[in-house]
Design a protein around this ligand. Structure first.
Ligand code: F6R
Length: 368
């Protein structure tokens, strides 16, 4: 069932364009700039919401962070993201005007379920964004939206991350339009980014040979640092998580601007820095941080918006490896994430790790 791939993870990485087409199928009206995500949130309720709280763990939490950046700008509602195991909703703020969104691929993560139970007890409305029909989270929340990524077998979440971000973007457009806070023009622009995602990701997948070469070249490094700003920050965190899970190497993700506030002390010529330099992640500012690490001898692998010729447009003087990312607006960091997935996969494969079943980890974590 791995369809010729050595691992489910690689198969699922390659399934992303198809998974995303399913995620968005029938949900976008590009002409109207509207979205139908089959969720029955009454419009009076949507109007009255003054806070959105996202709760999730691991990769789903990073999808939540990506969405929160977008939500704050699109919907103009205060949005927070919490690690579900840290969530305490005591009803102190106005529970009736708070929408609590659980992002969970499996729908069975114990920490996320208990966060949702707390929110419900305090009187908040709850919404699940999940991949799993009939899961516990679906039964326990007021509404649910399915990401439709298809079953994911590899322990490392890949295609579900992409489909979660796409679904949350659609949800944000839906809520933004319903509240009147999102203009027609901006809605169309965002929906166009979503529509372009499958082909853009295919463009990255077509460069797998290059990223395999890069992964082999740097596989024996001491540690790996992923950096990005804004929408690039959750992608940096996700890139590092993927690499540590399956290769067992030390990897960390930082907001690029934080490098100089500590992590720079760890940077040497044996610590490659993987930098996001795309639209939506303030590439010009991140390039300044890249210069700082390069001056310390670190190899820099940069994923940057492609120019008209399909080559990376960032200032290549500062990059040891340039990876071009097809133009996709606000979703470009999500497209670039596929390079980080392939990088993690090929580093782990080079080391002969049991990629689909990394030590000590389970696909769904049903204990708190
Ligand atoms: C990482 C990974 C985990 C899950 C986390 C939440 O690759 O798979 O970090 O994202 O355990 O799982 P769900 O989304 O099922 O709640």
């Amino acid at each position: 069932e791995k369809s010729g791939y050595d691992h489910y993870m690689l198969k699922e990485i390659h399934e992303q364009p198809r998974a995303l087409r399913q995620t968005i199928s029938g949900r976008i009206d590009a002409e109207d700039g509207t979205v139908n995500v089959d969720v029955d949130l009454p419009s009076e309720y949507v109007d009255s919401v003054d806070e959105i709280q996202i709760v999730a763990c691991g990769t789903s939490n990073y999808a939540g962070r990506y969405a929160a950046e977008l939500l704050e700008s699109i919907v103009d509602v205060r949005t927070t993201v919490e690690v579900a195991s840290e969530y305490e909703f005591d009803g102190g703020r106005d529970p009736w005007r708070t929408l609590v969104v659980a992002v969970t691929q499996s729908g069975e993560t114990a920490d996320t379920l208990s966060a949702i139970r707390r929110a419900k007890r305090a009187g908040a409305r709850t919404l699940a964004v999940t991949n799993t029909l009939g899961s516990t989270i679906v039964r326990e929340t007021d509404d649910s939206v399915f990401i439709r990524a298809g079953p994911e077998i590899g322990v490392a979440a890949t295609k579900t991350f992409a489909s979660q971000v796409a679904t949350l973007t659609l949800l944000a457009v839906h809520v933004g339009r319903a509240r009147g806070s999102l203009s027609y023009g901006r809605a169309r622009e965002l929906l166009e980014s979503v529509r372009r995602l499958p082909n853009a990701i295919q463009g990255v997948l077509d460069r797998e040979d290059r990223i395999r070469e890069v992964a082999r070249e740097y596989a024996d490094s001491d540690a790996f640092f992923f950096v990005g700003r804004k929408l690039g920050h959750p992608v940096a965190l996700e890139g590092a998580l993927k690499l540590k899970e399956i290769s067992y190497d030390h990897a960390e993700g930082f907001a690029a601007g934080e490098l100089k506030h500590g992590p720079l002390a760890l940077v040497t010529e044996d610590t490659p820095v993987l930098a996001l330099l795309t639209d939506g992640s303030r590439p010009g500012e991140t390039l300044n941080n890249v210069k700082e690490v390069q001056a310390r001898g670190a190899p820099v692998i940069g994923a940057a918006t492609a120019d008209g010729d399909g080559e990376a447009a960032a200032d290549s003087t500062y990059l040891d490896v340039e990876l071009p990312v097809p133009a996709t607006g606000a979703l470009e960091p999500l497209v670039a994430n596929v390079y980080w997935q392939l990088f993690a996969y090929h580093v782990a494969d080079e080391k002969g790790r049991p990629i689909d079943r990394p030590r000590n980890l389970a696909k769904s974590v049903t204990v708190e």
